[in-house]
Design a protein around this ligand. Structure first.
Ligand code: LFR
Length: 463
């Protein structure tokens, strides 16, 4: 049977278990299992069904053994969300989702205890109301007794890796998104934790990706009839995606539920201007810094699609946008009002009304408004990146599912005057697999992994 590595990549709306293997220096992907993911109201909060997700992962592993001999597995998900475990390693808290409203106004409270500029200078992390630091303070206020009982802090992929292996780890790339880690020393910010009354002993020394953390537990080996080495990818999905950008010296956009736009940098850039533009310095799987900005991304159209009861698919919205040449209203996609509104359609309409623009009504008008607004934000962000890094970038490389949106690709090429490259669309799973292949010695270096991506996937150019 063909040997393979397994990437588990879970996003805000779906998760996949993907088998990957090398054949003549090409990376072959095979989607073994796909499952739904969504936020659900639980105990008054929007939560992820973390136990259900773990069942799906087990199911995916089992299915993979019908066709392959899997050797390693690694999990990546979105960032910032976490759970706490007690001394017996039982889960104490729900996996509350970052779009839940528990963090409203918490940022301001934290700034009264720790100077905002100091937070940025030390961590280099952007200010988002949902960062772990603010979620933790919200939890502390609501359920201090749980925080007191806590013995272990685990982010979502750390917890899933714990369920696989019984090992407690805090993986580095995801840990950076807490806004509680010093960007340069990679130490937890003891002083911040103290000021916020967060116990220090629940955090582990961050562990770098591309290494094994152990085998499946005995129970799982018996249950699944297979033994696997669990290898850390960049467990933050964006870290895995950025590993799969097949070029160097380019601006990238990892385009999915979020659009993460930035460059790779050796050192964090946490200047006053970077603070003003709210850029982040997240840890990369290759130890470089992911200097980037969160742009609201396809979430906006995903929500509109859902409100239209899935009458239109994403390619339909793209076709409809092409047909709406006369509609030109745009919104500021990064306004926090679009983060978790009751109705995305109403929020967009209200924004257009308040700014004296034509109000979208049809699906095509919404699609054009959203896509044009995203492109405008990409263009603005490209200018900011060049200003902050002091470097001119002739190209933008778009990876992830959103790279298939040719309306936006063409428009970005026209507006920015830069060369736009697109693909691979499966960047996150690819980055996850490459990390496992480097760790297990099948691939020698990051440079070789970039060659493999170029040889294996179709990259398109728009100019
Ligand atoms: C993308 C992503 C972003 C992060 C956001 C929230 O899936 O991981 O990088 O800012 O989700 O966790």
């Amino acid at each position: 049977m063909q040997k393979c590595n397994l990437a588990v990549d879970i996003g805000a709306s779906s998760g996949r278990v993907i088998a990957g293997y090398l054949e003549n220096n090409r990376l072959i992907l095979d989607e073994i299992h796909r499952f739904e993911n969504k936020m659900e109201e639980k105990n008054g909060h929007l939560c992820w069904d973390i136990d259900g997700l773990f069942q799906e992962i087990k199911h995916g592993i089992q299915k993979s053994t019908e066709k392959y001999q899997p050797e390693t597995i690694g999990i990546d998900t979105w960032a910032v969300d976490f759970v706490l475990l007690d001394q017996q390693k039982n889960r104490l808290t729900d996996a509350v989702a970052y779009r839940d409203h528990r963090t409203e106004r918490v940022m301001e409270e934290v700034f009264q205890k720790i100077d905002q500029k100091e937070i940025y200078a030390e961590t280099g992390i952007q200010f988002q109301p949902f960062n772990t630091i603010y979620q933790f303070v919200a939890l502390q206020k609501e359920q201090p007794e749980l925080v007191q009982k806590a013995e272990y802090f685990l982010m979502i992929p750390d917890y899933l890796h714990y369920l696989l292996t019984g090992k407690i780890t805090n993986e580095y790339t995801n840990a950076t998104t807490t806004q509680l880690l010093h960007a340069k020393t990679i130490q937890w910010k003891h002083d911040f934790l103290e000021k916020l009354n967060i116990p220090f002993h629940i955090f582990q020394e961050p562990v770098n990706p591309m290494q094994s953390i152990g085998k499946l537990t005995d129970e799982l080996q018996n249950e699944l009839g297979v033994n696997l080495d669990v290898v850390l990818p960049g467990t933050h999905d964006t870290a895995s995606a950025v590993m799969a950008v097949p070029a160097q010296d380019t601006i990238y956009i990892s385009s999915g539920t979020w659009s993460l736009m930035g460059v790779e940098h050796v050192q964090p850039i946490s200047t006053a201007k970077a603070f003003e533009y709210n850029f982040t310095n997240e840890g990369g799987a290759n130890k470089n810094i992911r200097f980037l900005k969160n742009i609201m991304g396809l979430w906006i159209i995903q929500e509109v699609k859902r409100e239209w009861e899935n009458e239109y698919d994403f390619p339909d919205f793209v076709d409809l946008a092409y047909q709406e040449q006369n509609f030109s209203s745009t919104v500021n996609v990064n306004d926090n009002r679009f983060l978790s509104p009751k109705s995305m359609k109403h929020e967009i309409q209200a924004y257009c009304q308040e700014t004296n623009q034509q109000v979208p009504e049809s699906a095509g008008e919404f699609a054009k408004c959203i896509f044009d607004s995203l492109v405008a934000s990409y263009f603005q962000t490209a200018k900011e990146i060049e200003e902050l890094s002091g470097k001119h970038y002739p190209s933008i490389h778009i990876i992830g599912g959103g790279s298939k949106n040719n309306y936006m690709n063409e428009k970005l090429a026209a507006v920015s005057g830069k060369e736009i490259y697109t693909g691979p669309s499966e960047a996150t799973a690819i980055g996850n697999l490459l990390a496992q292949m480097i760790a297990s010695g099948q691939i020698e270096s990051l440079e070789q992994s970039k060659q493999i991506i170029n040889q294996s996937f179709d990259i398109q150019k728009f100019s």
